[in-house]
Design a protein around this ligand. Structure first.
Ligand SMILES: [Zn+2]
Length: 394
């Protein structure tokens, strides 16, 4: 098989699919469904995959809006996962996930139509709730990456296209203190101040800041700090986030943060309710595959940063990258003056630039799959790199 010929074929396929893909992207943009409620968006993508001959499982990994679209090629070969997202923010698709889902589906269909006798399978994974909830964590946990040899995803962005570099593992906390209400002037000695407990907890974390490594980020806010100035607050509530460069460091710091808040309770006599919310692992970048994605993006005429960019955010793609060699590429759809999650970025996600970005994202992923299926040495090298990265973390 000539890889370059096959690449021209997937490019032509995606161009032929363009009207359907772009209409899907604009429709999902309009639906703007949030975490775990992406019913219409998921159904649209599932129908599209099915219409083009992929086998679709709906509602996988315990999530109604998650899906898998499979194409099983002829003979034994590697399985490549292409991941899609389609959840919105409260103010619409201001992170452009409408593009991510459709690009994944487009790449899957183009490959199905092009691979012919080439051995190998494609698994298009529909992943809900990236912005909160972590669909990929469940996809990973429930075994949908078992037997997968590599995973690819793209994300739209402002500024020059790039490979997403290492980012931060993250965990969420819900913190509640229960105290005892009392008149703040006449009977303060009868009260237990749940706000004091909370403020002490926050200050303890601030003292902890001096003693954590540079990669650590700790930030939160108080949702409920009491009801009236003349009442000792009997209940307070906060949300808190801890991030670190590795899951191992995250776990260490998370335990210290828990103790900071426990100390607030100890000092005041309040009772602490401390709950751990969802966590994402850090993203590991597989450079072996990233170089292929980069080369394919450049072949498509895109300008791409030479090295992966370290983004100090977090994504549930991290959990995927812990299991298999994985690359998350970021494709420019707006100038770098446009902030992600802004109203301007939301408009860019359905603009002609957004459409162009979507088609290029689908093409680059499909072309990279062609690379991976046509030269087994790439996957071998990718897995050696992956094992080294995991060994460093142990
Ligand atoms: Zn996003």
């Amino acid at each position: 098989m000539d890889a370059e010929l096959l690449k021209s074929k997937v490019i032509r396929e995606i161009d032929a699919l363009a009207p359907e893909l772009l209409s899907a992207s604009h429709t999902i943009h309009e639906y703007a469904e949030m975490a775990f409620k992406e019913y219409k968006s998921a159904a649209l993508l599932e129908d599209l995959l099915e219409k083009h001959g992929l086998t679709v499982e709906r509602g996988i990994a315990g999530m109604e809006t998650a899906f898998r679209g499979m194409y099983r090629g002829k003979g034994e070969g590697p399985t490549i996962a292409i991941l899609g997202e389609y959840d919105a923010l409260p103010h619409g698709h201001a992170c452009g996930h409408n593009i991510i889902g459709v690009a994944a589906v487009g790449a899957g269909i183009a490959l199905k139509n092009s691979l012919g006798d080439v051995p190998g399978s494609i698994s298009v994974l529909g992943c809900p709730a990236e912005e909160g909830g972590g669909g990929k964590v469940f996809i990973a946990k429930e075994g949908y990456l078992d037997g997968v040899d590599a995973a690819l995803m793209t994300h739209p962005m402002s500024g020059t296209s790039m490979i997403g570099g290492p980012n931060l593992a993250i965990t969420h906390f819900s913190i509640k203190y229960h105290g005892k209400a009392a008149h703040a002037a006449s009977d303060p000695h009868e009260g237990i101040n749940a706000l004091d407990a909370m403020i002490l907890g926050f200050q303890n974390v601030s003292a902890l800041r001096q003693h954590v490594t540079e990669d650590v980020r700790m930030h939160g806010y108080i949702i409920d700090g009491g009801k009236a100035p003349n009442v000792i607050p009997d209940y307070t509530e906060a949300r808190y986030i801890v991030r670190a460069a590795t899951r191992a460091n995250l776990e260490k710091v998370a335990e210290k943060v828990r103790k900071c808040f426990a100390a607030g309770a100890l000092a005041t006599g309040a009772t602490l309710e401390f709950e751990r919310g969802f966590s994402y692992s850090e993203r590991i970048v597989n450079m072996t595959i990233a170089r292929k994605v980069q080369a394919n993006l450049r072949k498509l005429g895109l300008e791409v940063e030479d090295e992966p960019i370290h983004v100090r955010g977090s994504t549930d793609f991290g959990d995927v990258s812990q299991l298999v060699p994985a690359v998350n590429a970021y494709i420019q759809i707006a100038p770098d003056t446009v902030a992600s999650h802004s109203n301007e970025f939301r408009e860019a996600a359905k603009s002609p630039e957004g459409d162009k970005g979507l088609l290029n994202a689908a093409k680059a992923m499909a072309m990279t799959v062609v690379d991976l299926l046509s030269d087994p040495s790439i996957l071998k090298e990718a897995w050696e790199e992956h094992e080294r990265a995991l060994a460093q973390r142990r």
